[in-house]
Design a protein around this ligand. Sequence first.
Ligand code: GUN
Ligand code: FE
Length: 442
Amino acid sequence: TGTIAIRGRLLSFDADPAIEGEAGAVRFIEDGIVVVKEGMIVEVGEGPAIARRLGPGVPLVDHRPHLVLPGFIDPHLHLPQTQVIASYGAELMEWLAKYTFPEELRYGDSAVAGEASRFLLDTLAANGTTTAAVYCTTHQVSAEAFFTEAERRGQRMIAGKVMMDRNAPEGLLDTAELGYEQTKELIAEWHGRGRLEVAITPRFAPTSSEAQLEAVQALATEHPDLPIQTHLSENHGEIAFVAQAFPWSTDYTDVYERYGLVRSRAFFGHCIHLSERERSALAEKGASAIFCPTSNLFLGSGLYDLAASRALGLKTGIATDIGGGTSYSMLTTAAEGYKVLALKGQRLPAFEAFHMLTAGNAEALGIGDKVGQLSPGFEADLVVLDTKATGPLRRRMERVETLAEELFALMILGDERTTVATYAAGRRIYDRYQAGLRPLAP
Ligand code: GUN
Ligand code: FE
């Protein structure tokens, strides 16, 4: 591996601009260099000075005039839904039954799960996404296949075998005991191996019995630092279902609280129709809400309320939710997030959006000390972006005067085509020049 230097227009966030203000949060170096040693960032600074000092002995990749950012982080998506994406005409509960569950049945075959994992990881890399939190299926082999592929690429990934023991087709159900045992085995084999982490992954309350939620609680108690991922308050039909299935609960969040699942490093997908009590409970326990704008629009689920979360100190991440979501691009996801918030009368300025895609999402996943920033001591996951990659972008950029305007146009008009290169732990895992628009072979 050795040492390499990467030169470009560096953009990173030390803090949330919504809280600290731009001056305290945004770090931009018009001509900067990131020095990478053995997969870690060891130095970040002014390009000319660092280039002079390093001399010709250190290989330098000059990406000027392109932007260099921390790799994007996608905190919620589904491995088995790459062939469910863009399925017509249903809202959540019908969409699960009609399209998603039948497709997930195929993932008991490790060849199917392996092929999907390669496609997903290649496509994420092509979009500049270096870390994701991933739902596999109930099948142990689907998670094993995903971890195997992620390990070969050296990417930081969080994934789990889904636990569900009711209200889905027979072939997708585990049991309280089996879900516990299989998750234990995955933890023993994969958790902490290289850059991989296992997430405790009960799909959502409607598909788990109380016995299973007790088993999930046991896992959570035995592994207090492990991530937990599930879905919460996405759709009115789903909420009514939960109220009926758990008649003792005061609200949906209460079900997860009762089983000890609301805590730090617990990530709750959607969180659209929450009460003030629920938002406060999540915030107080240090859990994260994950905003999935393209999915929420596509399934007609509703509009996330960022201002309400911020008012209570509830951390928010932003994710694709493939394949309820409709784009693999975190730029497109931020653009749709902007539009959702516009419908709520709220704003998502470009600096806040790019913070969310990088350091904010890292923080939401509890890995904010490892990835999401261009700073010494962080892992060298980078994305290089061409803000003039397409005709519409080039034309718009002719009239752009500030960095904030440039980034906003990039987020609204950009997508996979703007990715020049993607690095995981200092290794180039995608390069648009060397491989056309296709990812490099592993
Ligand atoms: N709730 C439970 N499972 C799912 C899923 O696969 N996608 C979405 N969007 N919501 C869910
Ligand atoms: Fe989801």
